[in-house]
Every structure is written in C-alpha cells, then in structure tokens.
Design a protein around this ligand. Structure first.
Ligand code: SF4
Length: 337
C-alpha cells in the first residue's frame, strides 16, 4: 500500500496503478508533519525525497523549528569522550545519582513539569525565609510569607489555595523549629546558607548548607530543611547520603571560614503536610567509618554521572518517578546514552 507521505507531498506514487486520490491525512501538529517529511527524505524515489526536502526548507524558513536540520539531534555525530574530566557534585546530586543516575541527570537538566516547578518555588521561599530569620519570630515570618507569596507562579484558584494552605502549615513548622532552636542555642552562633567547597581525588564537592548551629569550641550541628511531603522511614537518616556528605564537608574543613570545624551530627527537619509537627530525622556524629562511607559515595556518584552512559536503576522509586513513561528501563533496556 502506498505511503501516506505521497498524499502529503502532493506527488504521485512510483507504482503503476497506485491510487492518487487523497486519503484524508491530517497530521495533527507541525512536528508530526515534519516527521512524515523526514521519513520521505530516505525514500529511494528522488522526486519524492526532493519534494520533501523542499517542503522542509519552506517550513524552516517560515519558522517551524523542528524542520530545521540543526535541530535534528539524532543526526548529530557522537562527540566521544568530550565530557569534562573534572566532575562537580553536591550532596543532593550524590544522593540522586546513587538512587538513579538517569533520573538525577534528567532532573539536573531541568526536565521538570509545571507542578514540580511550583513545588520547587514554594520550597525555595520557605528556605529563604529560614535564611532571613535564623532566630525565628512568628509575626515577622508570617508577614514575609504573605508578602512574597504573590511572587510565585501559583494561580488564584482552588488548587492554588490548597497549595497555599499546605505551605502555611509548613511555615508554622519552620517557626516552631526556629523558636525552639533559639531557646536551646542561648545566643550561640548560627550560620545560614553556609558555603562549603571540598575536593576528593579531583572530584569537586560543593554545597550550601541550610543551617549550622554552633555548640562552641568549633563544634557544629548540621541542619537541613526538607519541604517535600514524602516521608521516608526514620531509620534511613543514619545512612542518608546528603547528611553524610554535609558532615564530611564540615570535618574536612571545607566550610568557608571554618577550617577546624567538627560536626556533632546532622538533622533533617522534615516539614510535610502529612504530619502535624516537623519531624527531626537525626544522623549521629560521623566517625572514621562514616567519613570513609561518604568518600565512597562521592567517588561512586561522580563515576555514575560522568557519562556518556547513564544507568537507569529500577527501584521502588520508579512508581512515583516522573520519567517512568520515557524511561528505557521500563522498556527492557537499562542504559541511556
Ligand atoms: S523510572 Fe526508575 S529507572 Fe527510570 S528514570 Fe525513573 S527512577 Fe530511574
């Protein structure tokens, strides 16, 4: 049976007796139409492929980006081995890479949908309030939240109001934590968004630590705020990669201005709409074995992320993965290039 492409291009089929009447093909998007034309480029009939070439050139000229051969990534030559030799990781990238290198790569490339973006904006707002008000103060914090909420891309509809109610609940948990920390710390120093830069065997490790609370004598408590609703098992905190790397950075003298610092433990302060109070998941002070484990995680994640092959690691996390329907592992393969 003659291809539908003959109808689209308006040229006759090469076969004798082939029908020439239109079959009523209506590609429902310009990209689909471009796809038909690109297939026609490879047809042995020179008249047909030339007609397709002309049509693609016209489309590209009139602004259809997908018709421009420059955008056909499947035609690019493999750039073999040109990936950078020096890898930079952050604690969250280490954790993401260990869970699934492909998912981490897609996340870092910005392959997010609108809903993810809004959740990230809310998380950023709560984190920046935590940075601006390290000593708490309910009234100022609530006022700042209301003032800045309008800057987010949340709509004024039912779903938007639900998001705001959930964000307010998390804000109250933050206030609760900051106020109780102020009482506990009795005026000792707090650093917010503390920069840290470490290096291990040529691998750069950089981080912004949400909060460091001084216990005096160069001892610091690491605090990381989480605003996601998912609550993993409390017991997983002891081996949490992000917290281990934060502690490794502190003990390695990588925190800016704190060469002789010592970590006395890390705390994940989880503010989820699924709980009524923040949850404090604690990781004890790392010893020599914890430092070694952190280094092993850094090496492994750097190797996993260096490419050009990226492993798709199937786990329970696949059920909630936003890339499930495009993931090669779900189709039987395990590697993405
Ligand atoms: S579906 Fe699973 S294997 Fe695929 S990218 Fe997501 S987490 Fe990785």
């Amino acid at each position: 049976m003659p291809s539908r492409i003959f109808d689209i291009l308006g040229v006759s089929t090469p076969e004798e007796n082939a029908p020439t009447a239109t079959t009523g093909i209506h590609p429902h998007s310009s990209d689909a139409f471009v796809g038909y034309l690109r297939r026609a480029l490879d047809f042995p009939d020179e008249g047909l492929s030339q007609a397709a070439r002309n049509a693609l050139a016209q489309l590209a000229h009139s602004g259809v980006g997908s018709a421009d051969p420059q955008s056909w990534v499947d035609q690019y030559k493999y750039s073999g081995g040109s990936h950078p030799s020096q890898v930079t990781v952050s604690p969250s990238r280490v954790e993401g890479a260990l869970e699934c290198p492909l998912k981490e790569f897609l996340n870092s490339a910005g392959a997010r949908d609108q809903q993810d973006t809004i959740k990230a904006e809310i998380g950023t707002l709560i984190h920046s309030i935590a940075e601006a008000f390290p000593d708490g103060g309910a009234e100022q914090i609530r006022a700042e939240f209301e003032r800045r909420w309008g800057e987010l891309s949340v709509r004024e509809d039912v779903a938007g109001r639900r998001l705001k109610a959930s964000a307010r609940k998390k804000l109250e948990m933050l206030i609760d934590y900051l106020n109780s920390a102020r009482e506990r710390l009795e005026g000792r120093e707090v650093k917010t968004e503390a920069s840290a830069f470490g290096e291990l065997e040529g691998i750069r490790v950089s981080a912004q630590i949400d909060r460091l609370e001084s216990e005096g004598g160069g001892n610091w408590r690491v605090v990381d705020f989480k605003t996601g609703d998912y609550l993993p098992a409390v017991s997983s905190a002891e081996s949490n990669p992000q917290m281990l790397i934060y502690q490794w950075l502190v003990n390695s003298g990588a925190v800016k201005g704190e060469k002789r610092a010592h970590s006395i433990g890390a705390h994940l302060i989880r503010m989820s709409r699924n709980v009524s109070r923040y949850r404090d998941d604690t990781q004890r002070e790392v010893g020599a074995s914890g430092m070694k484990l952190a280094e092993e995680m850094i090496r492994t994640s750097a190797a996993l992320l260096a490419g050009p092959h990226l492993e798709a690691r199937v786990s329970d996390a696949c059920h909630t993965c936003r890339y499930f329907f495009v993931c090669p592992a779900q189709g039987g393969k395990r590697v993405f290039e």
